[in-house]
Design a protein. Structure first.
Lengths: 140, 140
DNA sequence: AAGAGTAAGTTACAAAAAGTAACCATATGA
DNA sequence: TCATATGGTTACTTTTTGTAACTTACTCTT
């Protein structure tokens, strides 16, 4: 049991070492593109938007708003813009009345959502543990 | 090429379908523990704190502040508290003068950091693509 | 002995981000 | 004629962050 954890730690340190040879998190954000890019993509609302687009493939503004429960028009439209700018999603507007606008993942966005999904599955599996920890902590 | 992407989409839809049978993101946050738990753990600062703790195993407040470049005392102490409450990290205070406080990952936190690291590696590999997209988008 | 330094924060105040709700154009259906 | 629908935007409020000074208590320097 102990050694398993120790091995994990060792593998981990090696991974991070390798990584930190390239990226230095000590750099200010404007000098560390990874921090910058990550802060957009793994933002709470962006995550939900991307997951739902991964699920439905194509969604219009108001549908998206329904599924990404609790998001406001303002923030939804902001996030859609930056997600488009960063290349995760594409926006297509049709000349109809009223206007129809469709959002969908790009192939690039699709690869990101696959990664994101793994993390979300971890969260799904482990959130009971976290909630239990929280409760225990509250009692101390 | 096309079919590869199509296959990915299919696998994806199945994964999400399976998942959404259990969790409904349409629920308000207070009814969806996954959203709640995720918003703490995948917050930008929390992510950096956890990654650095994964790297060094043990860090004291001021060292952590140095590595998690740009974080303020206030936010660092807030995040450390919730990360401790959620069970990702543990805090040990020594009765010395001046006080010494050591933060480290719990085994639970360690498993999360492994997941987080995968995502970060994707970010590292793909951030140039994102920056290129951003620039292209700016020109439109 | 006075003053600076140190560690791990806290606190008051300012700035930025997010949430809220009303509003826009335009056309269709009741 | 008035309500409805779409895909947002805008002004205003509230919440969250960031900034910088301060705290406690002991030690080291001068």
């Amino acid at each position: 049991m102990e050694t398993v954890v120790e091995n994990q730690k060792f593998r981990m340190a090696r991974k991070l070492e390798k990584m930190f040879g390239h990226i230095d998190y000590r750099n200010p954000p404007e000098l560390c593109p990874v921090r910058d890019v990550m802060s957009v993509a793994s933002d709470q609302w962006s995550t939900l938007i991307l997951l739902w687009l991964g699920y439905f493939h194509v969604l219009r503004f108001n549908k998206l708003k329904k599924y990404v429960y609790g998001i406001s028009n303002k923030v939804l439209s902001q996030r859609l813009k930056v997600l488009e700018a960063d290349g995760y999603i594409s926006r297509e507007a049709f000349n109809e009345v009223p206007v129809r606008v469709e959002y969908s993942l790009t192939d690039f966005g699709q690869t990101y959502v696959e990664k994101l999904l793994e993390l979300t599955e971890w969260m799904q599996a482990n959130s009971p543990k976290v909630l239990a920890n929280r409760e225990k902590y509250g009692l101390l």
